[in-house]
Design a protein around this ligand. Structure first.
Ligand SMILES: Nc1nc2c(ncn2[C@@H]2O[C@H](COP(=O)(O)OP(=O)(O)OP(=O)(O)O)[C@@H](O)[C@H]2O)c(=O)[nH]1
Ligand SMILES: [Mg+2]
Length: 432
């Protein structure tokens, strides 16, 4: 029998109301002991909570008997007044009634173990709690609704059917049926490979949305990079000075740009230098730029704005001319970080770029975690390997299909291949 757990479900600290959640087989008795009875399921009731003769609080109580609860076990929610003394008294009472404090994520873990959620949905709960912008919230909600789980489970189901056919090809290798089954299994693999490739080839859209898209500001020393980061973040993130080579480290600021999370990085001015520390700063600047968006900031008032920039500097997503107040007209986006001229235009353009990047895939659910990407890459490799198997050896294709099924199953937490094969085979009619 699993043990029973409890935890504060609302944020710690003083508040009007605090919610304490409990889950497990001992919860029913604990509720009866504290409230005097077990209330009707899924109804908010007001109860006096009493323990060892002392009143703890008058609280709203919710009772969710197994299996129709968040964890799939008996669950109770105590909506108590949000003061420290009340909380501590309820915790002490629950401890004496045989419950223990939950470990981080334990409620969601039990929900997964009891089949109430798959792993991607459990991850979505973490994302929902962490979401800072509306776009992140939308993505997390969709994932919580099972959009990703449905996609991956759909592929897994198709691969299990293909695996069944490859197994049939092994069993019926000498009567012609085998060849047809082998071809069908192979075709299914080709089809799924295509879909996984499209899903993975999204330049990190879902991950970027979840973690925040990275924008690296590059440019020669003194172009105004630190000034730009400060202006975008609306606070003094980085030191600004008229000494070229002021910034050495990569300094990051997170900002909400029209609903999208953007991590803007200020970097060392790029130039050839004898100074070992500055050179390291330049190396870090260029390394940081890889893989995210880049903005090249140039001093429009300089005679030769690109002086000292290496020829192999990555192609920026945006090139911006700064110091327009010093009065040398330049073609393209011009701003002055001194007067603020052009800044809102730049923010608008940036927002559009970010939106383009993050919403490129339209409505398809996006890959949101490196964990999923690794598993999909593994499935893809297995399937591609399987395609090389000759018709005379369907067992080789079957083995690779099995590996792919397992890899995808790890994403959602369903790895019961054998059990599903039994299920699939029940409906197979060949040779019956
Ligand atoms: N006139 C004028 N001066 C500016 C403007 N933007 C920045 N500056 C000045 O240019 C100098 C350099 O600005 P920073 O923001 O430190 O430049 P940086 O690109 O971060 O420089 P490094 O960190 O050395 O690479 C400072 O003296 C700023 O006040 C502008 O639009 N107009
Ligand atoms: Mg700087």
């Amino acid at each position: 029998m699993p043990d029973s757990i409890f935890a504060l479900a609302s944020a710690p600290g003083r508040a009007g109301v605090a919610v304490v959640r409990a889950s497990g087989p001992q919860v029913r008795d604990a509720v009866a002991a504290l409230a005097g009875d077990v209330p009707p399921p899924r109804r908010a009731v007001l109860r006096r909570l009493v323990f060892a003769g002392a009143e703890l609080d008058r609280a709203l109580l919710l009772w969710f008997p197994a299996p129709r609860s968040f964890t799939g076990e008996d669950v109770a929610e105590f909506h108590i007044h949000g003061g420290r003394a009340i909380r501590e008294a309820l915790f002490a009472a629950l401890l004496s009634l045989g419950l223990r404090p939950a470990r981080p994520g334990e409620f969601s873990r039990r929900a997964v173990e009891n089949g109430r959620l798959d792993l991607t949905q459990a991850e979505a709960i973490a994302d929902l709690v962490e979401a800072e912008t509306p776009a992140q919230l939308r993505q997390a909600l969709r994932q919580h609704d099972g959009a990703l789980a449905d996609l991956y489970e759909g592929w897994r189901a198709a691969l299990i059917v293909a695996l069944g056919r490859a197994e049939a090809a092994i069993d019926f290798s000498d009567d012609g049926v085998g060849d047809a089954e082998f071809a069908a299994a192979r075709l299914a693999a080709v089809h799924i490979i295509k879909q996984i490739q499209i899903h993975m080839d999204d330049s990190g859209r879902g991950e970027a949305l979840r973690e925040g898209l990275r924008l690296t500001i590059l440019g020669p020393p003194n172009a105004g990079k630190s000034s730009l980061v400060n202006a975008l973040a609306r606070r003094d993130v980085a030191i600004v000075s008229d000494i070229p080579g002021t910034t050495r480290d990569v300094v990051e600021a997170r900002l909400n740009l029209g609903g999208y999370l953007l991590t803007v990085a200020d970097t060392a001015g790029v130039r050839r230098t004898q100074d070992a520390i500055e050179a390291e700063g330049v190396r870090r600047a260029l390394a940081h730029a890889a893989g995210g968006m880049t903005l090249l900031l140039l001093d429009g008032s300089a005679a030769n704005p690109r002086a000292g920039l290496p020829a192999d500097l990555p192609q920026p997503d945006l090139t911006v001319w700064n110091k327009s107040d010093l009065g040398r007209a330049r073609e393209g986006i011009s701003i002055s970080l001194k007067t603020g001229e052009g800044l809102s235009m730049l923010q608008f353009l940036l927002q559009q770029k970010v939106q383009q990047k993050l919403e490129a895939g339209g409505d398809a659910p996006a890959l949101t975690r490196p964990r999923h990407r690794h598993a999909l890459a593994e499935a893809l490799a297995a399937l591609e390997h399987g395609l090389a198997a000759p018709a005379a050896h369907p067992e080789l294709l079957a083995e690779d299909l099995r590996l792919a099924v397992r890899a995808i199953g790890r994403i959602t937490g369903r790895v019961d291949v054998e059990e599903l094969l039994d299920f699939v085979f029940r409906d197979f009619c060949i040779g019956k």
